[in-house]
Design a protein around this ligand. Sequence first.
Ligand code: HEM
Length: 408
Amino acid sequence: MTAINFDPLSTEFSKNPYPAYARLRKADGFSWFAPHSMYLVSRFDDVTALVKDRAMTRTLDAFRTSAEIAKQKRADNWHDMPYHSRFVQFSMLDSDGDVHDRLRQQVFQFFGPAPVARLRDSLAPHINSLIDAAVSTGEFDFVEGLAAHVPGYTIGLLMGVPIEDCARIRRWSEQIVQYFDVDRSDAKKQLAEQATKDFYEYLQGLAAERKESPKDDLISKLIEVERAGEISHDEFYSTCMLIVMAGHGSTLDVMSTGLHSLLRFPDQMQLLRETPALMKTAIQEMFRFESPLPFFHRYATTDVVINGVAFAAGTRFGLLYGAANRDASAFAEPDKFDVARWPNRHLAFGGGAHFCLGNHLARLGMDLLFSGLFNKTKSIELLGDAPIYKSGLGVRGLKSLGLSVEAI
Ligand code: HEM
């Protein structure tokens, strides 16, 4: 088993993680990453097998005493965070088996292709007016000036969060999500805890309003479910927070890298402009090419043998979705950005029991944004210096993306 020299916090990695991912895949697929006591799994087949294996779980809590759980939390710097431990450390994403399935079942019906498609007509005018406002300036930052508002609109509409609150929610989401990465400094910890508290208090206010006057939204549905005793008070809030957080930064990030990929490969931008029917495959390719959530983990709950190598129960695996999605054994010419690529069964949304609930919603927001932008512009060009990528193992996205556009 290879111990690999791998620094996901380096500038070099954030600029371009793909050479490091290629080294990992070549090494032997499972590389011991000592600083975080886990095996990094980088090959498509291995990652696919692990996410589908029910013996691989998000936590080992069911197999540990409370003293062991407390010790682990201390080691991960996840301790002394009263709000975070109630509403973030516990969620559908961080539960397994029956608890996970029960929580997922309560909200599943809101996220299928049909209910999401029904949001299109309500969303389109909002997203089009965002695009009009940005395009009319001629030059703008695609990240802050346009794309950042789209996930708030889509998730807000589904959940029942008012548009004017989306900016606050995005800030809280970012402060919470950054603490899932490998950098667990005390400063980031404090931000994550405070953001969780603020978010909880905000959601309490919103839930009180919906209890008075329910609407046709996810929050109102969850209030009913809580009343019926299907979920607890804490589960209500952790589910709301998870849905809002999971979809915000990830969608924004893939919008930014997706457009950057089109700018880096102008023939693909041209092809997509000329053939709007390719939008569906182009979006699928954006997820594969620059997967916005490239890393998640699993624990082995039993002793396992993978590819002839034995791993003990309790082993932690770091699943590198971003590396698996560039594996030549699964994708022809994996480093080529190809808007017509099909089939394209990538792992950007994970797989198995935790397969992303929000994938149709993310696709809808991207479709409206990119189709609208193309319909309203003759040309889109990069403005300013090369854009800077966010750093970390768990995110892939741009800090900003200056554009110069010519309106139609
Ligand atoms: C670019 C967009 C998105 C990407 C790349 C993405 C990716 C993922 C991935 C990889 C997972 C599985 C994590 C694991 O393997 O442990 C996941 C789970 C999840 N995602 Fe997404 N996601 C996106 C957008 C959304 C949106 C818009 C929502 C909701 C509004 C959402 C809600 C969720 C939820 C609730 C889970 C947990 C599911 C479970 O544990 O059963 N995601 N997402």
